[in-house]
Every structure is written in structure tokens, then in C-alpha cells.
Design a binder for this molecule. Structure first.
Ligand code: PLP
Length: 438
């Protein structure tokens, strides 16, 4: 028997006079009754914003719309809503209208790195596939804020087919990340169809799904959905918890269903000022995640998207948080802290420094406690020359036709078989002068 709490009971009645409490656990009811206007929000929370503030909120919603599932709304602490992490992630702040000089509409250049609509192909062997443009809850910190509620860009079947075709025709792609929007807002049938089509592609090894439904709409993880997904293994599922308070009985149930079905679960968090920019909060979050068989994957520095200025922290806050995790807690509870490079350079991992110094055969390191130690390197390591011809090497990579791409960037500088020894920006004055050009 499922136990509903009083708050859920009360909210169900307030939201939908005809509803039975059982509707609370029906994800379609939740989506249909998502809170999309300030009046409803005020009534349900039993508050009224002062007129001036209300005007600013209305103005904000015109640009960046509002949507909160009744479930996620129910997590807001009415007594102290303005400091509540759920409120701050879901309710518009007039600060969203402040645009700083360095803010951008598409900071990650996802639209530019798009060979066909819906696909972002940035890294050599994997692509992002935006199969859905809808979400049940509009995160105020969404990096794709520019697209939220934009009905013109709802993917249609032809566009999805073209995306699948691109992956099928691009043999380097061995990993596809289904994202959006939230892929789990598509119907089971539609998802089943997309996954079936993708599974026909022989070179596609891994399919990943990024979804926030376990956080904002846990009832979406139905037995039927899980049964359908199980047909398409290997599937990796990544979710997006930002605060330990989001890990509730309902969200735990949804995670358990996915974990029991055998999907490796990961979590991506965004570091958000006023929400989780605190080592103790993040530590509690990662502990709750691993208790529920979710591996913390990334902690993102907040992107430079327009409307997010008030959520950004200095990078130092992220380093401080990593310092408080590494060594202090289980290695698998520690996410990788990344800055997604503005302009589309991809994710760049950042960590506190552990290398203090280095000589020809000694490295001086420090640990999480501040202990300084020496690692003695071997005196007699024989480097081998790699021309990528495994036949002439003692190390045996005996795989059939290893489909390797050419080394690029720093990897190329480190390689033996490529003569490149410097990467030089185009059009630097010194080089132009050298070539006698003007
Ligand atoms: C994050 C991301 C991926 C996946 O990167 P991983 O580091 O493999 O998780 C792929 N494509 C784009 C455009 C991304 O932003």
C-alpha cells in the first residue's frame, strides 16, 4: 500500500477538484496540472507577492516561462520558501533578466556544432541527440534557456529520422547521448521506436539517456517504461539532482526501479549560488546518491547562458568543494568538476593541485590531509617508440581493426609518430612577421 502524505492529499484537492489522491502518482496528471502561472503558485503556497515584485516576476515569465510539477512544488518549504533550494530552482527570479557582458545565448555553441538539426557533434566518438524539447519542470538554471517553451522547435519525426540517419552514416559515433528537453517526456512508444532504430546501427555501442524525471517527476519511472527500456540494453541513465532535499521517498523508488533493472545510474549536478554552493550540502548530496546506487558523474560550473548570472559562483567555490570531497569520502562518490568551455570546446575538468614539485625521478605530492610525500619514479624506464604499428611492439593490442582516429591537440604533441611539436594560434603577429607578410 502506498502512503500519501497530507500535503500531497491537500495539494491534489486544491489543484484538481475532481481528482482522487491516486492521481498524484499518475505522471500524466502531474504534467497536465503543472503550475504555469503565478496566481496558481500564490494560491497553492498561500502567499501573495508584493505588487512591485509581482510585476517583475510577470516580466521574467514573459521571457523565460514557468512550469513546476505538483510533486516538485510539494517539496518547497512554505515556512521559508524564499531560501528553499527547490523554490530557487523552479520559481523565476527577476535577476534572470540581468544580462552580463560575457553572457551568451548559446555559450556551448551547440547550434553551431550541429551537422543536422537535433544533433550536436562535438567530440570525436559521441554525439548529443536532442530528441525532446519539453520538460515537466523548467529549471531556472537551464543552459538551454533560449529554447524553453519554444514551440517552434519541437522535434518532428522527420527530424528525428534525419538525426538517426546521421548517426548511422557516421561510423566514428559509438556513443549517443539522448537529451533534450527531457527524453522521458516522450511517450513509451515514441522512445521505444527511437531506441529500436538506434539499436539497428552496428557501430553504436552505447546509448545514454539524460533525464531529470527522477527528481521532478519520479512517477514517470513506471514499470512499463522500465520494461520497455530493458529491451534496449546497454543503456546508461544520467539524472540531475542538485540538492540532498530532492532525494525523497518517491525519487528513491524511481531510482531503485532503474537500478534493479540493471541500468548504470549517474548524476550530473550544477553548482548553483544559493542552492548548493556549500561543501557540506554537496557531500550530503553525493552520499545520498550513492546510497541509492547513483554514481556522481559531473559537477558543472554554471554556464555563461543569458539569465544565469545570479546562479554563478567563482571557480574557486568548485575547487573548494572538490577539496572537501577527494580523499575525505569514497572515491566513487566524488564527481568530476568541469567547466564546459564557452565557444564549444567541451568539458574541461578542474581539481585542486596535488603535485607540489617534480625532479627527473621524483614527484613531490600532497594528500587531502596536507601530508607532503615523495613518489620515487623508476630510474630505468625504457620508453618505447610508438609508430602505431603494433606488430613491431611488445605491447599487444590484439584487437580486430582498431578504429583509431588521428591524434589531435596535446595528444598529438605527445605522440611519437607525428612530428608536430607546437600548436600555434592562427595569425599571431610574431609568425606573420616571420613570414614577411603584412
Ligand atoms: C557532455 C557532452 C557529451 C558527453 O560527454 P561525456 O564527457 O562523454 O559525458 C557529448 N556531447 C556534448 C555536446 C556534450 O556537451
Amino acid at each position: 500500500m502506498t502512503i500519501f502524505n497530507e500535503k500531497q492529499q491537500e495539494l491534489t484537492e486544491k489543484i484538481d477538484a475532481d481528482a482522487h489522491i491516486k492521481n498524484w502518482r499518475d505522471w500524466k496528471w502531474q504534467v497536465k496540472h503543472s503550475i504555469r502561472d503565478v496566481d496558481t503558485f500564490e494560491t497553492l503556497l498561500g502567499i501573495q507577492f508584493p505588487e512591485k515584485q509581482r510585476k517583475q516576476i510577470d516580466k521574467t515569465i514573459e521571457k523565460f516561462p514557468l512550469s513546476i510539477t505538483p510533486y516538485y512544488f510539494s517539496l518547497i518549504d512554505e515556512e521559508d520558501y524564499s531560501n528553499d533550494p527547490v523554490f530557487k530552482q523552479s520559481f523565476p527570479s527577476p535577476s534572470e533578466l540581468i544580462i552580463n557582458r560575457h553572457d551568451m545565448l548559446d555559450p556551448l555553441a551547440e547550434d553551431k556544432d550541429s551537422p543536422v538539426p537535433l544533433i550536436t557533434h562535438r567530440y570525436p566518438d559521441r554525439v548529443l541527440f536532442h530528441i525532446s524539447n519539453t520538460c515537466s519542470m523548467y529549471c531556472r538554471h537551464c543552459t538551454r534557456k533560449r529554447k524553453v517553451g519554444d514551440h517552434d522547435s519541437i522535434p518532428n519525426k522527420t527530424e528525428i529520422l534525419n538525426g538517426i540517419k546521421y548517426i548511422a552514416e557516421t561510423p566514428q559515433v559509438r556513443d549517443v547521448l539522448l537529451s533534450g528537453g527531457d527524453p522521458f517526456l516522450l511517450s513509451d512508444n515514441c522512445l521505444d521506436w527511437i531506441l529500436t532504430e538506434l539499436r539497428k546501427i552496428p557501430h553504436l555501442e552505447v546509448i545514454r539517456i539524460g533525464t531529470r524525471t527522477p527528481v521532478v517527476l519520479p512517477y514517470r519511472i513506471t514499470d512499463e517504461l522500465v520494461e520497455m527500456l530493458k529491451k534496449h540494453q546497454p543503456l546508461w541513465i544520467n539524472t540531475h539532482f542538485n540538492h540532498p532535499r530532492e532525494i525523497t521517498t518517491s525519487s528513491k523508488e524511481s531510482l531503485a526501479k532503474l537500478a534493479d533493472a540493471g541500468f548504470p545510474l549517474g548524476n550530473q549536478s550544477v553548482l548553483l549560488a544559493g542552492v548548493n554552493d556549500c561543501p557540506r550540502i554537496i557531500k550530503k548530496l553525493v552520499h545520498r546518491l550513492v546510497q541509492n546506487r547513483v554514481r556522481p558523474y559531473y559537477l558543472y560550473q554554471c554556464d555563461l547562458s543569458e539569465g544565469l548570472a545570479h546562479f554563478r559562483t567563482p571557480v574557486g567555490k568548485g575547487i573548494e568543494i572538490m577539496e572537501s570531497l577527494i580523499g575525505h569520502t569514497s572515491g566513487f562518490a566524488v564527481p568530476t568538476y568541469v567547466v564546459d568551455a564557452p565557444g564549444g570546446g567541451g568539458k574541461i575538468p578542474l581539481m585542486p593541485n596535488y603535485i607540489i614539485s617534480w625532479s627527473t625521478n621524483k614527484v613531490i605530492l600532497r594528500n587531502y590531509e596536507g601530508v607532503i610525500t615523495t613518489y620515487k619514479e623508476p630510474d630505468s624506464y625504457e620508453p618505447y617508440f610508438c609508430d602505431r604499428n603494433c606488430d613491431s611492439c611488445d605491447l599487444q593490442l590484439k584487437l580486430e581493426s582498431p578504429e583509431e582516429t588521428k591524434a589531435i591537440g596535446i595528444e598529438k604533441l605527445l605522440s611519437d609518430y607525428d612530428k608536430t611539436y607546437t600548436l600555434t594560434p592562427r595569425n599571431i603577429e610574431r609568425i606573420t612577421r616571420r613570414n614577411g607578410q603584412s
